[in-house]
Design a protein around this ligand. Structure first.
Ligand code: DX5
Ligand code: ZN
Length: 225
């Protein structure tokens, strides 16, 4: 089992978009550590979700920090729009940035932590030359674009690799896993060395989201130690 307390980042992608403020108010004190904001541009991924104006509005509805997951082609010019008083991380996709190093430094220059997401088919070595720059590596465990997809277990090899490289090189990045995370898949993800579980439909899509979040928190805590 893992040896540290997992952080939970709650994705609102599967929530009722007409009531996002209410959803945050309902779940805000229920055990999540972050709210995970899935921004989709209809180009990098087939789907369009919401953008910076919605994130800005939602920043007034919760005390929780945001990790903003940009599934957006070439996000470098628009980074400042995602900075709100709640924004802690801005995460961009390796596959969407021609000049990844520049984009990551751009995020840091906004006094926000930077993260890189990797699609399931992307080799982990592509981050070798930015490992000392990143605050979070987001290992996608589904192909990005939609909530509610099945977990791809092969990506756990990447989590193990990034965890062992982190120890070997004494680096401090956090490892997050996103897609198909639920109470069945969470234990193996944490055992592989992840720090942050991104959970969407398993909580927000449950009949009783508050109860599902509590149960999830208990399962994640039971994996620690
Ligand atoms: C997928 C998104 C995920 C997703 C998680 O493109 O990045 O954050 O919404 O949702 P579930 O937990 O339903 O897979
Ligand atoms: Zn996401």
């Amino acid at each position: 089992m893992g040896n540290k307390m997992a952080k939970l980042s709650l994705s609102i992608l599967s929530a009722d978009f007409s009531a996002l403020g209410d959803t945050l108010a309902m779940l805000g004190n229920g055990g999540a550590d972050f709210i995970h904001m899935d921004v989709m541009d209809g180009r990098f991924v087939p789907n369009i979700s919401f953008g910076s104006a919605v994130i800005e509005s939602l920043s007034k509805k919760t005390e929780l920090p945001f990790d903003v997951h940009l599934m957006v082609e070439e996000p470098g010019d628009a980074l400042a729009r995602y900075v709100t008083e709640r924004t802690e991380y801005i995460v961009v996709h390796y596959e969407a940035c021609r000049h990844l190093d520049r984009v990551l430094r751009g995020i840091k220059s906004l006094n926000v932590k930077c993260g890189v997401a990797l699609n399931p088919s992307t080799h982990p070595a592509v981050l070798d030359y930015v490992l000392d720059l990143v605050d979070q590596i987001l290992v996608m465990s589904v192909n990005p674009g939609f909530g509610g997809q099945a977990f791809i277990p092969g990506v756990l090899d990447k989590v193990r690799m990034y965890d062992s490289v982190r120890k070997e090189l004494k680096l401090r990045y956090e490892i997050a896993v996103d897609g198909g995370v639920n109470v069945e898949t969470a234990p193996s993800i944490l055992e592989a060395g992840a720090d942050i579980l991104v959970v969407g439909s398993a909580v927000v899509g449950a009949a009783d989201p508050s109860a599902a979040l509590r149960t999830f928190r208990e399962v994640a805590n039971a994996c620690a130690g």
